[in-house]
Write a new protein. Structure first.
Length: 575
């Protein structure tokens, strides 16, 4: 302002307009003055390219952050196809129809139910050292564009499940595959066949010539006979596969603690200690694979020391978060067990518990965890011992024909972003007696048949979820709450391998059942009141925050909540 110039009033409206123009300038220009870059999964092309407009309009980024910054905080966001309004309305209509109960044999699903020929995951294209970084990026972008094009031309989008459309996230997987000596594929034990793509197995064992270990995580949510049957199924279908059971929250990681809000009663809280039973089984498999090429005695000593000093009052100091600020996704030719160092890559789809597994192996918090898919943005490396390195890869949703309801229940898609949650509740109602489990009454006094909307309405009335203006039952909020209970395992639904019911007696009497029970480490404790102290920074839904508060307040009132028992599987119909 020139000397002596009089100040002019600057209205809030003018300031708002100025900020809008400033943000618009940032969106249309890069920091160096270049044009705004195209989405990372598309190569540079003419503005009138037909693929460009359709791909951008049909894609949504999960947890998109406003504005731009020098480190591009949206670079690693999950990206999925957007459902059309017609598809959503069609599913809403289905959710209003009476639920037709189905036999538990409908939950017997193998990997071939959703992973079919033509839906293989994208592999890194071949390259050589003559290519510059820019040419390599263009080649990978072109390959990924053609990969997406081929899938969309072969399969109708309506028949495809949500799958990752962000090339940057796939680059994280390529890097982890290249640098790892052993691959841990982590799956949720409730839905293993839906989370293990056969194309990944064939690529790792066939082309990369690496060993692959399938880790059944969260086994405390599934009966031991079912887990034994799943292990037999995977080892039969995939002969080179090693299978390990694991739980990130064994009973000895729970302790009694006072409530923070001073209410009466106690809640189970978690301490950060090593999950020793699962860790020792994983170690034994790694020892078998490595032989005398890597000395794993330090890892064994760490586990034995933990088991020897464990008691119900001991706690381990929480470690710091380990992250790679700028992950290197350049090509890396791995020399196996180089310098007698074992690198273990931890990969899998979102919400299967990869980061929790690493924390449980370490015996302290070293990587951040969240219930929201996409929380881990890029791969992180952690040294378990001086010669054992763990590598945590971001969760990736592999292409498949998995029904979207099952995909939501498996945790691959954020519940807060689900536009139509009712059919997923209806899927639960096909196999579980939700009205009896939730102890709800039909919203219509004369109603005899239950639809998904009726269940959500009954739960909204019971929980007091009402709309603000009309004070009517808020079915949407109730549906989201039920899906979160299912994701946490408090409403327990799990799949069985093919022909499980026919051979159920065989699996109940199998000799491996006792081993699984030991690793589950339930010991009669109630896990349902476990309060997870990990931060969930992605919970942006105000209603969900209010829901969490109400759940905390009335958790002592047994007549106003789901009847959670020591045996989680009592919620299911008889086997």
């Amino acid at each position: 302002m020139a000397p002596g110039q009089r100040r002019v009033a600057f209205s809030a409206k003018a300031k708002k307009k100025q900020l809008q123009l400033k943000r618009e300038d940032k969106r249309t220009a890069e920091p160096d003055g270049q044009e705004k870059s195209r989405p990372s999964f598309l190569p540079k092309m003419a503005p009138d390219d037909e693929f460009s407009s359709s791909a951008i309009l049909s894609t949504q980024a999960i947890n998109q952050q406003p504005g731009r910054s020098s480190n591009n905080q949206n670079r690693y966001n999950l990206k999925f196809h957007v459902e059309t309004r017609e598809q959503i309305e069609e599913r809403k209509a289905i959710a209003r129809e009476p639920i037709v109960k189905e036999s538990e044999t409908g939950l017997e699903m193998g990997t071939d139910c959703c992973f079919i020929t033509g839906l293989e995951f994208p592999k890194r294209p071949k390259w050589d050292y003559k290519l510059s970084q820019q040419l390599l990026d263009m080649k990978e972008n072109k390959y990924f564009r053609e990969y997406i094009d081929r899938i969309e031309k072969t399969f109708p989008v309506s028949e495809l499940s949500f799958f990752e459309l962000n090339l940057e996230t796939w680059r994280q997987l390529w890097r982890v595959l290249e640098m790892s000596d052993i691959l841990l594929v982590v799956v949720d034990a409730r839905f293993p066949s839906l989370l293990f793509p056969p194309s990944l197995y064939h690529y790792v064992t066939g082309e990369l010539k690496r060993d692959i270990i399938l880790v059944f995580n969260k086994i405390d949510l599934v009966p031991a006979p079912v887990l034994v049957a799943w292990k037999d199924y995977f080892q039969t279908e995939f002969p080179m596969l090693h299978v390990v059971y694991f739980t990130s929250i064994p009973s000895y990681n729970l302790r009694e603690g006072s409530r923070k809000n001073g209410l009466k009663g106690t809640r189970k809280k978690g301490t950060m200690r090593m999950a020793s039973e699962g860790a020792i089984t994983l170690l034994e498999v790694c020892e078998k694979i490595c032989g005398d090429q890597v000395d794993l005695s330090g890892w064994r000593n760490k586990i034995e020391e933990e088991m020897a000093t464990r008691d119900e009052h001991s706690e381990v100091e929480i470690g710091e978060l380990v992250q790679t600020k700028r992950p290197d996704v350049s090509y890396h030719q791995q020399e196996r067990f180089h310098n007698k160092l074992l690198t273990i890559g931890c990969i899998g789809q979102p919400n299967v518990g990869k980061s929790s597994l690493i924390n449980a192996l370490m015996g302290k918090k070293v990587v951040s965890v969240s219930k929201t898919p996409g929380h881990t943005k890029h791969f992180q490396t952690i040294f378990l011992t001086p010669n054992v390195k763990l590598c945590d890869c971001p969760g990736l949703v592999f292409p498949s024909q998995l029904p979207k309801s099952l995909q939501i229940l498996a945790g691959s898609f954020p519940i807060a972003h689900v536009r139509e949650p009712y059919t997923t509740v209806g899927f639960l109602g096909k196999y579980l007696d939700l009205p009896a489990i939730l102890k709800i009454s039909h919203p219509d006094e004369e109603g005899m048949e239950w639809s998904a909307y009726d269940i959500c309405g009954g739960w909204a009335i019971k929980r007091g979820f009402m709309t603000k203006k009309a004070a009517r039952p808020d079915e949407a909020r109730a549906a989201n709450h039920l899906l979160r209970l299912a994701l946490e395992g408090r409403i327990c639904l799990y799949l069985r391998p093919p022909f499980y019911k026919e051979l159920s007696e065989k699996w109940r009497n199998h000799r491996d059942v006792k081993e699984v029970v030991k690793i589950q480490a339930l010991e009669g404790n109630v896990h349902d009141d476990f309060e997870d102290n990990q931060e969930d920074d992605d919970e942006n839904d105000e209603d969900e925050d209010e829901d969490d508060d109400e759940e905390e307040d009335d958790s002592d009132e047994s007549d106003d909540k789901v009847s959670f028992q020591t045996n989680k599987f009592s919620l299911l119909a008889d086997e």
